[in-house]
Design a protein around this ligand. Structure first.
Ligand code: HEC
Length: 120
């Protein structure tokens, strides 16, 4: 009996670390997506960011990470699976792409969930 309890305890401890919330997982992926963090070029909330100003043939130019939080999932998904000049290629899984989309739209998702809970 004792050893069963011990095993149970051991089991729950070894799994304790994997209990991160969906929010924590999504935030982690956005900031550290097996490569350069999205926030560095697209801003904390995907609002877009000025990465650098430079001069080309005497002309002022700006390197900008576009806003990415207003795209439809279809467009976001397609872009994440295509080559974009100025952006690293990440080769993310479908689930990872969904998680990043969730991260950028989490407040909207949470509002929708609360609304539907009120109705039911
Ligand atoms: C080194 C800077 C950099 C990083 C890091 C980066 N991007 Fe980008 N991203 C860009 C640039 C530059 C563009 C192209 C902007 C343009 O077309 O003017 C772009 C375009 C995009 C687009 C298409 C936007 C549109 O409307 O066409 C999406 C979606 C996107 N990035 C998502 C991400 C996500 C998600 C991450 C993290 C996994 C990420 N990016 C990381 C620089 C970056």
């Amino acid at each position: 009996m004792r050893s069963v309890l011990f095993l149970l305890l051991l089991y729950s401890f070894s799994h304790a670390e994997s209990f991160i919330t969906k929010e924590e997982y999504a935030a982690g992926l956005y900031h550290n997506p097996r490569g350069v963090g999205c926030h560095l070029c697209h801003g904390e909330a995907g609002e877009g960011k000025l990465i650098a100003r430079y001069k080309e043939k005497g002309e002022e130019k700006a390197f900008i990470g576009k806003p990415i939080r207003k795209l439809s999932f279809r467009d976001f998904y397609d872009k994440m699976n295509s080559r974009i000049i100025g952006m690293p290629r990440y080769y993310l899984t479908d689930t990872e792409i969904q998680t990043l989309y969730y991260y950028l739209h989490r407040e909207e998702f949470q509002r929708a969930v609360q609304k539907s809970r009120k109705v039911n």
